[in-house]
Design a protein around this ligand. Structure first.
Ligand SMILES: C[S@@+](CC[C@H](N)C(=O)[O-])C[C@H]1O[C@@H](n2cnc3c(N)ncnc32)[C@H](O)[C@@H]1O
Length: 255
């Protein structure tokens, strides 16, 4: 899937608030080795490096576009271009952090225990994933895709399975943890600009649907979806649009 860091960073403040909430959930004082999986444009990696200046921080991502932006902004961090399904640390890690990335990967029943296995004793796995898949922002993408006009164009499209619920992760991870903290937060995002819900999802989830279409169809698909979001998320009197967004947080400490 193609990533555009500028589109993603249009909504930097609401995207980085959960990243900071996740970072605040880690209580280690001075980890030595820290990995940021799916580091994207490196903005969150910068916050990680600032929190633990004595740590060796490595950002891992498979998008050349995102890593190029990261390298420009933060030369002091190690950047590795690699798929997360194949990633392994050089040695046991003190912190494996991942904000808004692991929901792109399948087979969490295998992936998450493998990540825990890569931790040093007492190490922390900290993960945040969006859980807004049942909200109109996401169901309207599917509605548009399955509508009369577009259905045939998506005949060969494979739907990703989004992250499941907190209880599922609890059952999977509790046997591997000394401490396990799982929570959900729904952020009431007050967004500015024209069609902000469409612009927000265009930085992430919508991208894969646009990529599946010929270039000549993309604007029309975007407009069809945008028209639906205008009804589901009306502009308020002050011109802003309220876009509630649910996110799942997992912080695990290994015994
Ligand atoms: C929504 S962005 C989040 C970026 C960053 N963590 C942040 O919070 O700003 C998701 C990132 O995950 C990366 N990603 C998704 N699937 C991946 C995979 N299988 N392997 C490596 N990186 C992946 C994408 O390239 C993208 O940069």
């Amino acid at each position: 899937m193609s990533w555009n860091p500028d589109q993603y960073l249009k909504f930097a403040a609401p995207r980085f608030r959960p990243a900071m909430d996740l970072l605040a959930g880690i209580s280690l004082a001075a980890p030595k080795t820290v990995y940021d999986l799916g580091c994207g444009a490196g903005n969150v990696t910068r916050m990680i490096a600032e929190r633990w200046p004595g740590a060796v921080v490595t950002g891992v991502d498979d998008s050349a576009e995102m890593l190029k932006k990261a390298e420009q902004e933060m030369p002091g961090v190690k950047w590795v271009q690699q798929g997360l399904a194949e990633w392994q640390p050089a040695g046991p890690a003190d912190v494996i952090y991942s904000n808004a990335a692991l929901h792109w990967l399948p087979a969490h029943e295998k992936l998450f225990p493998e990540l825990v296995a890569h931790l040093a004793p007492g190490g922390v796995l900290a993960v945040q994933m969006p859980r807004n898949f049942n909200a109109p922002s996401h169901t309207l993408i599917t509605d548009t895709m399955l509508s009369e006009r577009w259905r045939a164009k998506f005949a060969n499209f494979t739907m990703r399975t989004p992250a499941t619920g907190p209880e599922w992760y609890y059952d999977l991870l509790a046997p591997l943890a000394k401490r396990l903290d799982i929570w959900e937060t729904e952020y009431l995002q007050a967004l500015e600009g024209k069609d902000p819900v469409k612009e927000f999802t265009k930085g992430t989830w919508l991208r894969q649907f646009l990529d599946a279409l010929p270039e000549s169809d993309r604007d029309a698909f975007e407009e069809d979806y945008a028209a639906r979001t205008r009804i589901a998320y009306p502009q308020r009197a002050d011109g802003r649009t309220l876009f509630p967004f649910r996110r799942l947080f997992i912080v695990l400490q290994k015994a």
